[in-house]
Design a binder for this molecule. Structure first.
Ligand code: A2G
Length: 521
């Protein structure tokens, strides 16, 4: 799945055949609006999709593998460029949105060789473009040298991934923006891995300590396949197909219409969880590994991760016999970690800053400086036991799910109905763990899951960050209508929804393609 981002010359290279006709007017309108607003045609369009996560929730920032897929909904950005004037100290970016009434235009002069300023305390849609710009520029300066002079850009954006809907509209926009800037500055061949890595780091500039799942799914995905993303030893992704089954399977994506805005709730939800799992890694390391063991600095948002602890634990508990410790399978390692976590992190009611600092042999101000200075959090107690148990059990479920898909005969499933039910069981366990251990569900998502399972879904669970947003359902294709009808009757009919929301509420989805540059023939 590595290699350059594809350059498409037709929408048939981007969307599945059934979606091309529906998408064509939107793309034509983007190009027509661009020509009207800027007075000349766009040179190219950069495109990156949203995603739905099938399994592996809230474990990407602990650097465990996840299995998302891209969806058809995406961010598309039309771009025209002009060279920057000789001797000019800055270059200029005009950013507009097709929904100009909702998303005000922005104009920025960026000093050549200087940084792109982003005020992450303000929630402005243009911050997402700027964060993609910032990441792409740092890569361009690194590649082309200090004399590199970025071009001026005119940019018109259209996104149809519902904002705040849990399908990663933000990663789609940041990734499409970074890709647009790379292509605008003459990078005709943009490496997928480089683009993903820069989009992951860029998105953190807008105030969320996120992992790398969304950007990876957005860039790497291939039509018809889920994407198995690993973060260690280096970022990698590979396509995973669902085997044909009887009854045939489909994915239903259902919105809860409960909006969880990460910029508002970060200190009590997402960013707090990042701090909790990082605390758990440091705590388990301090208690279980030989005194003085430092966790490796890695790509976790706070520079250490439960995966880093995991590796150090088996290294040290293998003593000098590293090979013997490594002979355990990944699944066996995770089962062992679940056991030792239960024995080590015994406090159900959480740990205070003082308790954690004491175990890490530091003062509370030192603890705060190390873990909570960049993204402050609001909590008095940190539920290390529950969070670590969620991460290890979820990482194990991802591997079991992958085994089912790739080696079904190893799992004892003897017919496809059993196989479908086994996939569904794992996804349902994810929902239970998200609800009870990670506490990232909400009553509305729990209700949606209940309704959908009762109507025939094999599994129903929240997808993405949670606390609202979206749910994903694995459904026998012949029950899709029944599930949709049950959700409409028992959930959506009780809400006041706009026509647009009604249309977006429940969507049957198949795995779609990742990022592309489109240049009209
Ligand atoms: O929650 C969000 O979608 C995160 N992305 C993603 O990295 C992952 O942690 C997910 C939960 O599994 C962003 O915050 C951009």
């Amino acid at each position: 799945m590595s290699g350059p981002v594809p350059v498409a010359t037709s929408l048939a290279d981007i969307y599945p055949p059934a979606a091309v006709a529906a998408e064509t007017p939107r793309w034509n309108q983007l190009l027509a609006t661009f020509a009207r607003e800027f007075g000349h045609p766009a040179h190219f369009i950069s495109r990156s999709p949203g995603r739905v996560n099938i399994i592996g929730e809230h474990i990407d920032y602990s650097l465990y593998s996840v299995l998302p897929m891209a969806i058809t909904a995406d961010a598309i950005i039309a771009v025209a460029t002009t060279p920057v004037a000789a001797g000019a100290p800055s270059f200029r970016i005009h950013v507009r949105n097709v929904q100009g009434a909702k998303f005000a235009a922005g104009e920025f002069d960026i000093p050549i060789g200087g940084d792109v300023e982003i005020d992450s305390t303000k929630f402005e849609w243009t911050n997402y473009f700027k964060s993609g710009l910032r990441g792409a520029l740092s890569l361009l300066y690194a590649k082309k040298g200090a004399d590199f002079r970025p071009c001026n850009m005119e940019v018109l954006m259209d996104g149809n991934v519902p904002v705040g809907g849990g399908l990663s509209s933000s990663a789609a926009f940041v990734t499409a923006s970074a890709l647009a800037v790379m292509a605008a500055n003459g990078e005709s061949s943009v490496d997928k891995k480089e683009l993903t890595e820069l989009a992951i780091v860029s998105e953190r500039a807008v105030g969320v300590n996120s992992g790398g799942m969304d950007q990876s799914a957005s860039v790497f995905s291939e039509q018809g396949s889920a994407t198995f993303v690993s973060f260690t030893p280096a970022l990698s992704a590979r396509p995973v197909k669902f085997p044909p089954t009887r009854p045939e399977l489909c994915f239903i994506i259902a919105q809860s219409f409960i909006t969880s805005n990460k910029h508002v709730t970060g200190p009590i939800h997402y960013n707090l969880r990042v701090v909790e799992v990082s605390f758990a890694a440091a705590y388990l390391n301090a208690v279980l590994n030989p005194p003085g063991t430092e966790l490796p600095q890695d790509a976790g948002p706070l520079g250490i991760s439960l995966q880093g602890f995991h590796d150090a634990f088996f290294y040290h508990n293998g003593g000098s016999d590293y090979a013997a410790a490594r002979s355990l399978s990944k699944e066996e390692e995770l089962r062992k970690l679940i056991e030792v976590t239960k024995q080590t992190l015994t406090r159900e009611d959480g740990y205070t800053r003082e308790e954690i600092a004491a175990v890490l042999q530091m003062s509370v101000p030192e603890l705060e400086k190390r873990f909570t200075a960049v993204f402050p959090v609001r909590a008095d107690r940190f539920k290390l036991r529950q969070r670590a148990l969620h991460v290890f059990t979820e990482a194990l479920r991802v591997l079991e799910f992958l085994t089912l898909l790739e080696r079904p005969l190893h799992t004892g499933a003897t017919d496809t109905t059993q196989f479908n039910a086994a996939l569904g069981k794992l996804m349902n366990e994810t929902q239970d763990s998200c609800r009870d251990l990670f506490e990232c569900s909400c009553p509305e998502l729990d209700e949606i899951c209940r309704i959908s399972r009762a109507a025939g879904a094999y599994s129903s669970r929240l997808t993405g960050a949670g606390w609202g947003g979206c749910s994903v359902h694995l459904v026998p294709a012949d029950k899709a209508q029944a599930v949709k009808a049950a959700l409409e009757e028992q959930y959506y009919s009780k809400m006041k929804l706009t026509d647009e929301q009604k249309e977006q509420a429940v969507v049957v989805s198949q795995p779609a393609r990742g990022s592309a540059i489109y240049i009209a023939k």
